[in-house]
Design a protein around this ligand. Structure first.
Ligand code: HEM
Length: 173
């Protein structure tokens, strides 16, 4: 493994491990009034996750117009990689870690709204995985999709988010 790849791997591990360690330490300590604080940070993490999930496919739409090897294409590659690694991945880990703790501490595990919400969140996480794959494809100048495809994909996280927020706030069942 090259030094650059090792550096990337350790940065990725730190991005995952640091939020997990902080959440685990606070969850074990569990001081009074932690629930609303974790809920606030859950919502903050979700805002960061969603911002990236809405922006990355938009970058792909513009990237489709850039000739492979051009300066513009190389700039898009950097923007996509940084957005994914510095924002979207850690925000997703923090959202899941905090959300699962809220499920545990709030005793929500048997609530039907939660089961429906989790189905939509799993779909959102699957889109996240696909975005990571397309980022890697663009990075290797191997994009296989047309601009229209990314325009459609761009709408999916927004639709899922509407369903998720209604389920968790209204709790219809
Ligand atoms: C990643 C897995 C997730 C889990 C396990 C999870 C779980 C939870 C739980 C148990 C609560 C507390 C509900 C309450 O106290 O009433 C909550 C709050 C919330 N979640 Fe999530 N969630 C996740 C992801 C998401 C996503 C993707 C979104 C939005 C796109 C979201 C939006 C919210 C909002 C807005 C609240 C605050 C609701 C309120 O205070 O009324 N969550 N979440």
């Amino acid at each position: 493994m090259t030094a650059e790849a090792r550096g990337r791997l350790s940065r990725a591990l730190a991005g995952v491990a640091i939020p997990l360690v902080v959440v685990a330490a606070l969850a074990l300590w569990n001081p009074a009034g932690l629930y609303p604080w974790f809920k606030a940070f859950h919502v903050i993490a979700i805002i960061a996750w969603m911002a990236g999930m809405l922006y990355l496919p938009r970058l792909f739409v513009y990237h489709c117009d850039a000739k492979p090897g051009s300066q513009q294409s190389e700039t898009f590659k950097i923007m996509e990689r940084r957005l994914l690694r510095a924002i979207i991945n850690p925000a997703m880990v923090a959202s899941w870690a905090l959300g699962l703790w809220l499920v545990y501490d709030g005793g929500w595990i048997t609530a039907h709204w939660l089961h429906a919400k989790l189905a939509l969140v799993i779909a959102l996480s699957a889109i996240h995985g696909m975005l990571a794959r397309w980022t890697a494809d663009f990075a290797a100048d191997r994009n296989r999709h047309a601009q229209r495809f990314y325009r459609i994909i761009n709408e999916v996280p927004a639709v899922l988010m509407v369903g998720i927020v209604i389920l968790v706030v209204i709790k219809p069942f």
